[in-house]
Design a protein around this ligand. Structure first.
Ligand code: GUN
Length: 310
């Protein structure tokens, strides 16, 4: 039986509807419109798209959203100064600095400058530390979205064996901590892990944030496992498309007519045959990242208005 689909779009829709009604309540009861500012430095092509999508989604949910665009040549001191201004601005409840930053800028210094109460990405060391200690705080959006997707599909976590492939601060580490908090037995794998397929195939819950298109083939997947694919890449050539999607006419048409099709870190055909549950790409984890950002932003506004707690 092919894997059941974990529909990220459907769960993201639910979360966005909840955010919309929380925005309405803030406006009605406190006259507050939650404000989100995204800081985009330079012209990284994928970041431009992500930031535009975040801005549109925020507006649709009823937030006041603005993007502060700075040239790639901007100095670190100016970025810090702009962030200090945003920290002081009471209309701005959430601040997000889109990563990656241009070479030569110390991302950690920049992230540490954001007021932890406005840190809707959860990347400030105070929020990362809270997460590690099991204290309430802002949780990074993609990991929080993954947990929400599993929870809302009724997937049991306590006592189960989870493997995370990838150890980034944005996804791998925080998702491992969240799974641990749900009482999974968690292993984190990375590029130096020996015999990765053997370790991965012990997982009942497999989260893949490896950054390699189609890397996780069937031999990585325990039959019936829940597979969460965090990767997103564009496949532009027909041979790779056929290797990943077989003769799927829609995928082939997309490569031929639109110049590419999206794939994650998991081999879609092989995973479908072995996994019990699978997140599609697109339409899996991606939509949840934005939905959780909006939820963090409305939470920041509620906290500022004395109306909400973590
Ligand atoms: N770049 C890739 N993912 C993310 C994210 O979740 N937040 C930010 N700020 N930048 C990113």
């Amino acid at each position: 039986m092919p894997a059941r689909i974990l529909d990220g779009r459907a769960v993201a829709r639910e979360i966005r509807a909840e955010v919309t009604s929380r925005c309405e309540r803030l406006r009605r009861e406190r006259g507050v419109v939650p404000g989100l500012t995204v800081v985009l430095v330079g012209d990284h092509p994928a970041s431009q798209v992500y930031v535009r999508n975040k801005e549109t989604a925020a507006r649709e949910a009823g937030l006041r959203s603005q993007t502060l665009r700075l040239p790639a040549t901007v100095g670190e001191a100016e970025i810090l100064e702009r962030l200090e201004q945003l920290n002081r601005d009471a209309r701005v409840h959430g601040i997000l600095v889109q990563l990656p930053l241009p070479a030569g800028i110390d991302a950690q210094r920049v992230l540490q400058c954001i007021d932890p109460e406005k840190d809707v990405d959860g990347f400030h060391p105070l929020n990362a530390g809270r997460l590690a200690l099991g204290l309430p705080g802002f949780v990074p959006c993609t990991p929080a979205g993954i947990l929400e997707l599993l929870r809302r599909n009724g997937i049991e976590l306590a006592g189960r064996r989870a493997v995370v492939i990838g150890r980034s601060n944005i996804v791998g580490k925080p998702v491992a901590v969240l799974l641990l908090r749900e009482h999974c037995t968690v292993t984190i794998c990375h590029s130096r892990t020996k015999d990765l397929p053997a370790v991965a195939s012990e997982a009942e819950i497999l989260v893949v944030a490896a950054g390699q298109p189609g890397m996780v083939t069937g031999d990585y997947i325990r039959p019936g496992a829940v597979v969460v694919d965090v990767g997103i890449h564009t496949v532009r050539d027909e041979a790779t498309c056929r290797r990943l999607f077989g003769d799927d006419p829609q995928r082939l048409a997309s490569v031929r007519e639109r110049g590419g099709t999206l794939v994650g870190d998991v081999h879609p055909l092989q995973a479908r045959e072995r996994a019990g549950w699978l997140t599609p790409v697109p339409g899996g984890v991606g939509p949840l990242t934005i939905a959780m950002l909006l939820r963090n932003a409305v939470l920041a506004a509620e906290r500022a208005a004395g109306m909400g707690s973590w």
